[in-house]
Design a protein around this ligand. Sequence first.
Ligand SMILES: Cc1cc2nc3c(=O)[nH]c(=O)nc-3n(C[C@H](O)[C@H](O)[C@H](O)COP(=O)(O)OP(=O)(O)OC[C@H]3O[C@@H](n4cnc5c(N)ncnc54)[C@H](O)[C@@H]3O)c2cc1C
Length: 423
Amino acid sequence: MTGSPSRRDVLMTVAGAATALMPMPALAQNAPGRVVVVGGGFAGATCARTLKRLDPRIAVTLVEANQIFTACPFSNEVIAGLRDIKAQQFDYKKIADDKVAVSFEPATAVDPQARTVTLSGGIRLPYDRLVLAPGIDLRWDSLPGYTEAAAERMPHAWKAGEQTLLLRRQLEAMEDGGTVVMSAPANPFRCPPGPYERASLIAYYLKTKKPKSKLIILDAKDAFSKQRLFQNAWKALYPNLEWVSLSSGGKVTSVDVAAMTLVTDFGRHKADVANVIPPQKAARIAEMAGVADRTGWCPIDPATFESKLQPNVHVVGDASIAGAMPKSAFSANAQAKVCAAAVAKLLAGGSPDEPKLINTCYSLVAPDYGISIVGVYRPADGQIKEVEGSTGVSALDAPSSTRALEATFANDWFKTITTEVFG
Ligand SMILES: Cc1cc2nc3c(=O)[nH]c(=O)nc-3n(C[C@H](O)[C@H](O)[C@H](O)COP(=O)(O)OP(=O)(O)OC[C@H]3O[C@@H](n4cnc5c(N)ncnc54)[C@H](O)[C@@H]3O)c2cc1C
C-alpha cells in the first residue's frame, strides 16, 4: 500500500495545492506554535486533528510513512474471510481538509535540542512541540529463527496490510485436517485480547470450512484479557482449539522456519500454518528520538503525555508506557485527545487539566458473538492508574442475544472511531 509518493503528495495542504518540499507551512502572525505529529494512526491522526480543532492557529504537520492507513481492529475478520481488507483502509484527505499539513514520508531522525524532525527526503521540520505516535515495531532479535524473511512463511499479521492477507491466503490454501499453530507473546504488547480474538475467528473459519483441522495457541503467559469469557466460549464452540499456557510449556523459544516448527522448552509443534506474534517495542523513531527507555517503550507524564526523557516531546498510543491502559486503538484515540488538549494549553501559556481516560476493548469470538472489557483511568502517583471499581467485563452467563448485541456494538465502535479519526 505504501507506494512512493509523488512530489505533490509529499505535503498535502487543505486546498490540495502543492506546497511540496516546503519545510513547514508559514507560521501565521498570531500562531501560538508549531506542532509536528509523527505517525498517522489512531493516536497521531486524532492528535493532529484535535489540535487544529482546539486552536486553529496552531500550525500542525502530520508526518506519516504511508498514504493509506490499514487498521488493525477488525483485521482478524479479514484473516477469517469475513471481511474485505478495503474496509480496513483509510486515507488522509479529510485530515488535510482540516488544515493539517500532511507529509507522506517516514521521519528518520529527531533532534530534541534543535527541535527538528528530519524526513527521509532530507527535509527538516522545526517544532515547538513534537508528538510521536509511531505505534510498534516487532522485536526481530527476540525469538531465534524469527526474522523478517521468516515472517513471509510464518506471518505475524500484527501490523495490518500485506501480512494480514498473507495469513488469510495460507489458511485458504491449507488442506482440511491441517494444524494451525499460533504463538502469543508475554505482556506488554499491542492489543492484549487480540491473539485470542484471532484464535477464535480462525477457529470459526476452520469449524465452518475445514472441520477436521485444529488450532493450537502457544502462550508465553498464564493469564490473558477476558480469559474466562474466551475459554467458556471456546469450550462451547470450538473443541478443536487448544490453548497451551506458559506453565504448560506454551512459551515459544525459537522457530524453525524450514521445518515449519515452533519450538518450546517442552517440545516441537509442526504447523501447516504458523502465526507467530513476536514480542514488540515502540517503533524505531521513538528510540532515535531518545524517548524509549530500556524496556523499549516510552515513559510519559500521565497528564500531558510529555516524555519523561525529552522535554517538548510527547508520546501517545501503543509506543507509550500508559500504565494500566491497554495498548488499543480506543486508548490511543483517548490519549491523543488528552495530549492535544495539554499541548494546546501549554502553547498558549496555560496549565493542562487533570484528565480522565476511558478504554473499551471489544472482541469477536464469532461474527455474532461479542465480548468486551471497559475501564476508566486517571493519573495517580506519576502513572496512569485504573479508577477503582471502574472495570467492567461482559457477564459470564449472558444469553446469546446479548453476545449478538455486543458484536453489533463492536462493529458500531469501529465505524464511529474510524469516522472520527479519518472521516
Ligand atoms: C489483530 C489486531 C486487532 C486489534 N483489535 C483492536 C480492537 O478491536 N480495538 C482496539 O481498540 N484496538 C485493537 N487493536 C490495537 C490497535 O490496532 C492499536 O492499539 C492501535 O493501532 C495503536 O494506535 P497507534 O496510533 O499507537 O499506532 P498505529 O495505529 O500503528 O499507527 C502508527 C502509525 O505511525 C506510522 N509511523 C511509524 N513510524 C513512522 C515514522 N518514522 N515516520 C512516519 N510515520 C511513521 C505508521 O505508518 C502508522 O500509520 C488491534 C491490534 C491488532 C494487531
